[in-house]
Each structure stands twice: as C-alpha cells, then as structure tokens.
Design a binder for this molecule. Structure first.
Ligand SMILES: NC(=O)c1ccc[n+]([C@@H]2O[C@H](COP(=O)([O-])OP(=O)(O)OC[C@H]3O[C@@H](n4cnc5c(N)ncnc54)[C@H](O)[C@@H]3O)[C@@H](O)[C@H]2O)c1
Ligand SMILES: O=C(O)[C@@H]1CCCCN1
Length: 312
C-alpha cells in the first residue's frame, strides 16, 4: 500500500512544522501519557540495537494514540562521530499508518521532527521550571539540537544574554555566524554556565561536562544528550542536588546514564506537572532529563500530514 503514501522530505517537514502548532500538541500528549491509560496511548520504551563496530545505534520508536487516530513509528540512528565529521549524528525517518487498516499513509523525514520536537519539549520544561526573571541562556553544543533549541528559546523567551560553548571553538563561531541575534562564544563550560539561568546541554558527550558546582542555585537545566545508560553529560552533584524531571519515567530509568549512574531520584514527569499532580519547583535548581518519546514524533508527524493535506 506504500504507493499511495505521501512522501515528505526534510525541507517540506520543516516548512509544515511550526513551534506555535507543535507546543500545545506536545503539552497535551505529555499530559495524556502521564495518566497511563493504555486504552488511550501505547508507547513502549524504544528498542535500541547497538551497532558496536561503527559506534552507532538504531532506535525504533512506535506509538499509538487511539483518540487521535495516530499510529506511528520513528526509526532513528545515532552515531558518535569523530571530531570534525560532517555527517549528522542523528538521522531518522517517520512512518504514519492508518490505524484502522494498517497501511502506511506517510513516510517523512525524521531529522527535522527530531530537532523541533526535542527543542519544543525542552521549551515546555523551561516555561515550567526556569527562574522568574531569567536573563541568561547558555547552550552547550553547536549541532542540530543546539540550533533548534536556540531558535525556539529565543522565540519564546526574552533572554538578555545568550552564550554558547562547543568543544571546538571554531564550530561555536560557525554556529553563531549563522544566527541573527548576538551570542557570546565561551571558551570553557565553566565560563559559559556561571550565572546562567537556563542551561541547555545538547552534546554527544559520554562523560560529564556540566558540574553542579558551576550551576547557579535555582537554574534550570534542559539536558538533551547522553541517551544511553552508560553516558553522562551532568555530574553526580548536579543530579543529586537538583529536582529531576523526565519526559517518561520508564525511559529515564532505562536509558539515562545521568539518572542511573548518579542514583538520582526522578521527581516527576513533565506530563505530571502539566496535569497538576506534581508541582513545578521553580525556586529550586531543576534538571529536565530528556530522552525523547515516540508520542512526540507521532503528534509532530500528524501535524505535518494535516498541513500537507490542507494544501493538496
Ligand atoms: N533527548 C532527545 O529527544 C534527543 C533527540 C535527538 C538527539 N538527542 C541527543 O542530543 C545530542 C545532540 O544531538 P545533535 O543531533 O545536536 O548532534 P550533533 O552531532 O549535531 O551535535 C553534537 C554536538 O555535541 C558536540 N560533542 C560531541 N561529542 C562531544 C563530547 N564528547 N564532549 C562535548 N561535546 C561533544 C559536538 O561538537 C556538537 O557540537 C546527542 O547526544 C543526541 O543523541 C537527544
Ligand atoms: O528521541 C530521539 O529521537 C533521540 C534519538 C537519538 C537518541 C536520543 N533520542
């Protein structure tokens, strides 16, 4: 049945997926997910196949949203690239199915979806947990996620200063040269994060790069990288002292080295805060540990297909 499926490339997906449309849908689906009603949403923790020989992984991320009539799976590969590699470290394809009959209705690029939905979910966490009167945003990393986070964070929030650190300084400069607004390139993580109100970690690191002793009390950290149980971006001090939120408790405890290896307790899911069953402890130092979820891809892909349908 794939001959009737709509095929959408990265450029088209980017064009159809706006943060204005995406954020409310993500908030709604995260809230529903946290109610754990299996007649509404089925989304297992992703299956991950290690490709040890090539420092890579293949993840398969299915999701079914009964009320919305969305059946979806993303297939995503992520690789630890050598420094200086021009290949994207995360590549993905999303399939949408007709839940009633089982055939594929759309096949679309998943890189743009992954970049935008991850940044949009971090923006939701930041809206909930960042300190009042936040002035300084710091982004660690200068890749795809750093860019999508920069885009949505500067669109939604009014920071007075934006800082970026990347392990290769020239990559940080290349990143900044591509942007409209002013951004300060920092030469160390410490310099970048000291005094920052909101910190995004979006790196391929597998050892801690962000240390609790540098993080201002009350800051919010949106931690996007380190998606394997033996990888870290954040140190034990930060993980143990902060109030830790996750996108999914199952994902966090299965896949996050920052959680598993530090022994940190997960306080709540974003959806539980959205539903009002757990508080947003905005006055404390907070970490949102993001792993990524199939439901996020599913609502994003549905949105893209709806937009495409409205034009064809
Ligand atoms: N949470 C989610 O839903 C989600 C979604 C997509 C990607 N990710 C993860 O986010 C991270 C960034 O993804 P991306 O697509 O932007 O990748 P990218 O390759 O485009 O960028 C990676 C950045 O990390 C830096 N980096 C790589 N290794 C490093 C190290 N050892 N120490 C410090 N910096 C290092 C690179 O220089 C680059 O700036 C990856 O870990 C990826 O797996 C998470
Ligand atoms: O949710 C995702 O799409 C990503 C893919 C790369 C690894 C981490 N999670």
């Amino acid at each position: 049945m794939t001959e009737s499926a709509v095929l959408l490339n990265k450029h088209e997906v980017e064009r159809y997926l706006s943060y204005e449309d995406l954020i409310p849908r993500l908030e709604s689906v995260l809230g529903k997910f946290s109610k754990r009603d299996s007649s509404e949403i089925i989304q297992p923790v992703r299956s991950v196949v290690p490709i040890q020989q090539h420092n890579g992984f293949l993840g398969v991320m299915p999701a079914y949203l009964a009320a919305e009539g969305i059946l979806c799976t993303k297939m995503v590969t992520f690789y630890q690239r050598a420094e200086g590699s021009s290949l994207p470290s995360t590549q993905a394809t999303v399939l949408l199915f007709d839940p009633e009959h089982g055939h594929v209705t759309a096949i679309m690029d998943g890189e743009a979806i992954t970049a935008k939905r991850t940044a949009a979910v971090s923006a939701i966490s930041t809206k909930l947990f960042m300190p009042a009167l936040s002035k300084v945003l710091c982004i660690l990393g200068s890749g795809q996620q750093a860019r999508s986070h920069y885009d949505v964070f500067t669109k939604l929030f009014k920071f007075k200063e934006v800082r970026v650190w990347s392990r290769r300084r020239e990559m940080a400069h290349r990143f900044v040269n591509d942007l409209q607004g002013p951004v300060r390139v920092c030469s160390s993580v410490k310099e970048a994060v000291m005094g920052a109100d909101v910190i995004v970690t979006a790196t391929g690191a597998s050892e801690p790069i962000l240390f609790g002793e540098w993080v201002k009390s009350g800051a919010h950290v949106a931690a996007v990288g380190a998606c394997r149980p033996d990888w870290r971006e954040l140190d034990d001090v930060l993980m143990r002292e902060a109030v830790v939120y996750v996108d999914s408790r199952e994902g966090g405890t299965a896949e996050s080295g920052d959680i598993v290896l530090s022994g940190a307790q997960v306080f709540a899911e974003l959806g539980e805060v959205i539903n009002g069953s757990f508080p947003a402890q905005r006055e404390k130092t907070t970490v949102f540990k993001s792993l990524g979820m199939g439901i996020q891809d599913a609502v994003s892909a549905k949105l893209v297909l709806e937009k495409w349908n409205s034009e064809h």
